[in-house]
Design a protein around this ligand. Structure first.
Ligand SMILES: NC(=O)c1ccc[n+]([C@@H]2O[C@H](COP(=O)([O-])OP(=O)(O)OC[C@H]3O[C@@H](n4cnc5c(N)ncnc54)[C@H](O)[C@@H]3O)[C@@H](O)[C@H]2O)c1
Length: 338
């Protein structure tokens, strides 16, 4: 039996706890959060409830941990858990500082513990099928890739301040999906961004249009916004020499009303919890399978690093109002060119 401990039981920690609990042959043994909702944890049947993560990290019976604490704690916790030989699932991003991600990578390479990053969209059936069609050659050569990724509501300012900002917190998923679907790396990018819908002031931007050129010469566009009036907006379109492949939002229901004033549908599903509930289960399945079969992580530290580099490039492009080559960022951190 694999014993699992969860560090941090906020929005995403609770989702992972439910996914682990659903899974046969693993035991969600412990959970730690200074502000733990004990009733929720007891109802879920978790044996050990702690306020301090060290109680889980120092427990030799724990085989794997889920790191679901705020972003600025991830890298230190990964290093501590890796040195104790625990398999690690960590929420994105690994860190806000590329040098810390490189330090984490060194420790993971040395300890060789299993590490999976929380890029949940890779495990969503729409993204998976779209990628399969691209991989099967049904798209032909990629010409353009468009990602729309908008949240229904902005997180609180305290969250934003510790999150690293829009590019590292939110767009990082889109950077990963772009790499996942295209099987390509980015050559350069250019950002237009601003504040339209939040109260972030000068703490962060809430809207961005990111134009990217891929290594093959294909173009991509990522559109982000922190607030919509109509739910979670998650759409992708790829256009190639053989076809156009896309998916639209998933709606709350399938009811379509047509009347004198036109046709109306339900709203898109509200947010990540609803839209990606199955994807979170699938990513836990993948993590546990890798652990049981002693196989390589399906989405690991190198993917976490590449997407973080794109986020840093996007921030630089916005700050300096210019096109940024990704190799410029790689050189800054002494990472070999791609
Ligand atoms: N992949 C996704 O879809 C997704 C979605 C949301 C959040 N996230 C990521 O998950 C992380 C957490 O985000 P969230 O929205 O759940 O935040 P949250 O604020 O809802 O939850 C964080 C929890 O961690 C606890 N915590 C804080 N410091 C701690 C510590 N030292 N030890 C143990 N617990 C501690 C807090 O009490 C809180 O309950 C962030 O890094 C975020 O980027 C990923």
């Amino acid at each position: 039996m694999i014993n699992i401990g969860i560090l941090g039981a906020g929005r995403i920690g609770k989702i992972h706890a439910a996914a682990v609990k659903n899974y046969n042959n693993v035991n969600l043994k412990s959970i730690a959060d200074p502000y733990l909702d004990e009733k929720w944890a007891k109802d879920l049947g978790i044996e050990n409830l702690y306020k301090n993560v060290e109680d889980i990290i120092n427990d030799e019976s724990i085989d794997a941990v889920y790191i679901c604490t705020p972003t600025d704690t991830h890298s230190d916790l990964i290093i501590k858990c890796a040195l104790k030989g625990k398999a690690i699932f960590c929420e994105k991003p690994v860190d806000l500082d590329i040098n810390k991600i490189l330090e984490v990578k060194k420790v993971l390479d040395k300890t060789k513990v299993l590490f999976q990053i929380g890029f949940n969209r890779r495990f969503d059936s729409n993204f998976k099928k779209l990628k399969q069609l691209v991989d099967n050659g049904e798209l032909g050569n990629l010409i353009t890739l468009k990602i729309v990724s908008r949240d229904p509501s902005a997180p609180p300012l305290e969250y934003v301040e510790a999150s690293g900002g829009l590019f590292l917190d939110m767009t990082i998923h889109d950077f990963d999906i772009l790499r996942f679907i295209s099987n390509e790396e980015v050559e350069e990018l250019n950002v237009n961004a601003g504040n339209f819908v939040s109260n972030f002031g000068d703490k962060d931007i809430d809207t961005a249009m990111i134009h990217l050129k891929l290594k093959s010469g294909a173009f991509a566009l990522i559109e982000n916004c922190r607030v919509t009036t109509y739910g979670y907006d998650q759409r992708v379109e790829v256009f190639g020499t053989e076809s156009n492949i896309k998916f639209e939002n998933i709606f709350e229901d399938c009811v379509v009303k047509t009347g004198a004033n036109g046709t109306s549908y339900g709203k898109p599903l509200d947010f990540f919890l609803e839209r990606y509930s199955k994807a979170y289960e699938n990513e836990t399945f993948a993590f546990v399978q890798s652990l049981k079969n002693n196989t390589k992580s399906v989405v690991g530290i190198d993917d976490a690093l590449e997407s973080a580099l794109l986020a840093v490039a996007a921030k630089k492009s916005y700050d300096e109002n210019r096109v940024v080559k990704i190799n410029e960022i790689r050189q800054e951190f002494n990472i070999g060119e791609k």
